[in-house]
Ligand binder design. Sequence first.
Ligand SMILES: Cc1cc2nc3c(=O)[nH]c(=O)nc-3n(C[C@H](O)[C@H](O)[C@H](O)COP(=O)(O)O)c2cc1C
Length: 298
Amino acid sequence: MAELDTLYGTKNPIFQAGMGGIAGPELTAAISNVGGLGHLGAIRLSAKDLKNWIAQTKALTDKPFAVNLVPPGGGPDGFDAQLDVTISEKPKAVSLYWGDFGSVIPKLKEAGISVMVQVGSLAEAQKALSDGADTIIAQGIEAGGHVKSKIGLMSILPDVLKIAGTTPVLAAGGLSNPSKIKAVLGMGAAGVWVGTSFIVATESNAHEIYRERLIEATVDDTHHGHFYSYGWPIGTPYRVIKPGKNYSLRNFKAAGARRSDSEAFARTVQLYAGQGVGDVKEKKSAAEILNDLSADLY
Ligand SMILES: Cc1cc2nc3c(=O)[nH]c(=O)nc-3n(C[C@H](O)[C@H](O)[C@H](O)COP(=O)(O)O)c2cc1C
């Protein structure tokens, strides 16, 4: 099997998921600086802003990092413009989600960029493998944010592993403590792709109220819905925690509240979170979170 450290220059098999609006240069660099793979969440960025974020990340780390691109969130200049900037800036890797990447993967690989594709079904995994992905991220329905998968991670992961052959597979969805991570590595995953646990990191762009809501939430509190999520077509499925008792029309909207959003927004939207949210107990640095998650690995 191609090894993650060879493909991505990492020391730790825990990769921070690209999270639009939440994973900026500080979080990405903080993860990469301690041996994981940080991913800039490029959703809704203009090509110029993405270029600036990549430059800021390079100023904060000399370690490999990645850019996460999602075609429905291609920003004001569109996905192709984001892709062009990414190719010219040559991060170590790109992660792709929610699209047909048949013509995208060869362009990235020609530029020497390793490519991972997050999938929510066996058919999508097969397509990503045929398109030449270097790594498959198998997402379970436990995942926070927008969820392609309709399948539990325990069910999708073994089947994706079976068809992946020598291509490494990362597991994603609800992986918020060392024992769960150890379990999926034991099943054959080469690494894990973790989002929710890193939202509360001091270096993330999350609003303080978002952090507080995650810390209060238990495993009972997430909800899988598909009504309205900011910037996405109506009907796109997502996993969130519900807002508190703050009545507003925004109660019907799913989003990730950023530092730059108002307190009223952060208090009233449904906030993206995965089923591992009950393990998120305190605000810490990204390095401490990575270290805690890695406890059973060595
Ligand atoms: C706040 C938030 C934002 C997300 N944004 C993105 C994104 O921009 N691109 C992407 O590929 N996945 C995104 N995801 C989904 C992750 O890639 C991944 O599937 C998920 O975080 C894994 O589950 P976990 O959150 O339980 O760890 C997001 C997840 C969260 C929680």
